[in-house]
Design a protein around this ligand. Sequence first.
Ligand SMILES: *Cc1c(COP(=O)(O)O)cnc(C)c1O
Length: 395
Amino acid sequence: MSRQSVRDMNRSHKIYLDYAATTPVDPRVIDAMLPYFGQVFGNPSSVHRLGQQSEAALETARETVAQLLNCQPNEIVFTSCGTESDNLALRGVALAARRDRGAQHILISPVEHHAVSNTAAQLAELHGFEVELLPVDANGMVHPDEVAGRLRPNTAVVSVIYANNEIGTINPLAEIGEICAEHGVPFHTDAVQAAAYLEVDGEKQHVNLMSIGAHKFYGPKGVGALFIRQGTAILPIQTGGGQEFGLRAGTHNIPYIVGLAEAFRLAQQERVTRIERLQPLRDHLIGQVLEEIPHSRLTGHPTLRLPNHASFVFAGIDGNALLMMLDVEGFACSSGSACKTGDPEPSEVLTALGLSRAWALGSLRITLGEGTTADHVEELLRVLPRLVANLRKIH
Ligand SMILES: *Cc1c(COP(=O)(O)O)cnc(C)c1O
């Protein structure tokens, strides 16, 4: 091992470039949450004053989230995470559509997060739904015409991810939503990544259901929300008390709900500033990687992508080995979805783009965020070409 890499191994600092996996909690968000762990600890369902203080915080958070999503407070359900929001949307709507109108067809994209795709798979296995996958183009984008051609009178729900976590591609949500609305089919979108940087408007984008999760936009892990348009038939998937309009039983996690609302407010308020700073860094990174590393490709759409998101494939290397080498050099990156670590199979999202196994196994996702500086990007660019070249020599 060279002296240089030994020195790098001893580096105490880490350069975090994995903001699509999770983000640190903004100190302003922590400040907003703190009173609700101790001073104001009442159960919002209690009648007494302590309970009512918690209830007030809950309803203020609900109003904030509703305003940001351009909907009514009674259209917001708080959940324990983005995954739960996706589960409630898909399972809750599919089972209601089955009960009310015998629906048995589910239409999703092949580039959904596992929170959607595995829920759809279980609905097929246990409840007899037929799950149809929409085609995507080579950038991983769903085209509205493809949705129109596949809707059936018995379609229970359509689910298309807003902005993809692995490849960053942004889908034409409003157009897809309009088609679903014309046919009276409920449309769900997983906006867990998108909510950090994109416009999220339940009304304009013609969605019936939209999932968000706080830890992708500098809020705490373990809290999410689901927008459910008034009039959308949905059944609870967690039963118990009557919390959250009877759709999500369980005593509210008030500090986390307050944290989600504050983080979401800050993300949307500072959206443009954050984009203006990160997008040029992202574009520089993408340009340099493609120029300096032979047999490299960008995955996802070249322009209609998350402003902090750069994802690549390098032919003939093992993406997990690259991640480990980057880690030794002090960089925290990802191969795509954080949930896939240790999985030797190529990502389903990458194979849906038409990439061969040899390309898809060599994936790298670099996602920038509030802590990222231009220097961090330069430091990465100094080591990445060498690491990829070294890995290719091993093969
Ligand atoms: C992170 C993520 C989820 C899951 O959210 P959790 O809050 O971690 O459960 C779902 N969908 C997408 C697109 C994500 O990026």
